[in-house]
Design a protein around this ligand. Structure first.
Ligand code: NAD
Length: 296
């Protein structure tokens, strides 16, 4: 099989790259952190010194990077950027970066005959490890035909259309809802626990009732009740997603009243616990404010 490039092997990119190796692909990897690339070198992947070096070894390069600014600089930035690679034909963005940067970078890559594929994912670190992610794709149809077998390694594919950034809009809509579920569930539990309910009993009730959601079914039982706060998604990244979603909505004249409140709750969580804290710390904020603990 041809060599694939992979840039950004963090919480999500690491397990996804690992699945590609398991499936028999050869990988050329780059990450600013040497620590995260070490296990891949041990498994036979080539470790490159820059994004351009990856793009000179592989025709298809996948990236899983934190923010739109980092995706822009890795793709276009100076001599070391992907755009200066000698082999690359297709760049696949697995990150959550919003439609704005997708349009900008896709346009500049097109001038060099490099194709752009949006492929943001949902399902967390657990889904990345298990290959059960939702993979949202937008790109020209021929590119989709070529990249589909690779993306199937990560989970279930949803083709949204050919327009650059369209899949990113789907991803932002989903992540606004996931963050809203965390905030609203934390508020509801704070009220219930303060009233004297056992948090585990209350969650069991909600999960058998109409209030159930991704926070009650997954985040609270897995990372909050056991007090591990280790879901695997940082507060800084969740804040970025909701901010991007509201910016897109504003640009199109779509009001987001609840979204604005969720963004501020994430801003407060970030100011209190730091951008690198796990985003399940939203629950801790409500615990502190209400003087309760969600212990299971
Ligand atoms: P992460 O911070 O764990 O991983 C990002 C990796 O990129 C790190 O290894 C980091 O060293 C590397 N990196 C940073 N700057 C770089 C640069 N300039 N060049 C090369 N490498 C660089 O983040 P993550 O949680 O894996 O998230 C990655 C993307 O996936 C984000 O856009 C995030 O919003 C999205 N996402 C995350 C989750 C989740 O649950 N963690 C779920 C779905 C989507």
């Amino acid at each position: 099989m041809a060599v694939l490039g992979f840039i950004g092997v963090g919480r999500m990119g690491g397990p996804m790259a690992s699945r590609l190796l398991d499936a028999g692909h050869q990988l050329c990897i780059y990450d600013v952190s040497a620590e995260v690339t070490k296990p891949f070198a041990a498994r036979g992947a080539t470790i490159a010194g820059s994004p351009a070096e990856v793009a000179s070894q592989a025709e298809i390069v996948l990236v899983s990077l934190p923010t739109p600014d980092i995706v822009r600089s890795v793709a276009l930035g100076g001599n070391a950027g992907i755009i200066n690679g000698t082999r690359i034909r297709m760049l696949v963005d697995l990150s959550t970066t919003g439609p704005g940067v997708a349009n900008e970078v896709a346009g500049q890559l097109a001038e060099k005959r490099i194709g752009w594929v949006d492929a943001p994912v949902s399902g967390g670190v657990t889904g990345a490890k298990a290959g059960t992610l939702a993979v949202m794709v937008s790109c020209p149809k021929p590119a989709f035909g070529e990249i589909e077998p690779v993306l199937k390694t990560f989970g279930k594919i949803f083709f949204t259309g050919e327009k650059p950034g369209l899949a990113q809009s789907a991803k932002l809509a989903n992540n606004l809802l996931a963050a809203t579920a965390m905030v609203a569930t934390s508020e509801a539990l704070a009220m219930g626990v303060k009233a004297g309910l056992d948090p585990k009993v209350l969650l069991d009730i909600i999960n058998a009732s109409s209030g159930r959601n991704s926070a009650t079914q997954d985040k609270f039982p897995r990372s909050i009740l056991p007090r591990t706060f280790d879901f695997g998604f940082t507060t800084g990244l969740s804040y970025k997603d909701v901010r991007l979603c509201i910016e897109e909505a504003e640009a199109m004249g779509v009001p987001m009243v609840v979204g604005g409140a969720v963004r501020e709750m994430l801003a407060i969580t970030r100011a209190t616990f730091g951008a690198d804290s796990d985003f399940t710390h939203i629950a801790k904020l409500l615990e502190d404010w209400a003087g309760v603990e969600f212990r299971g």
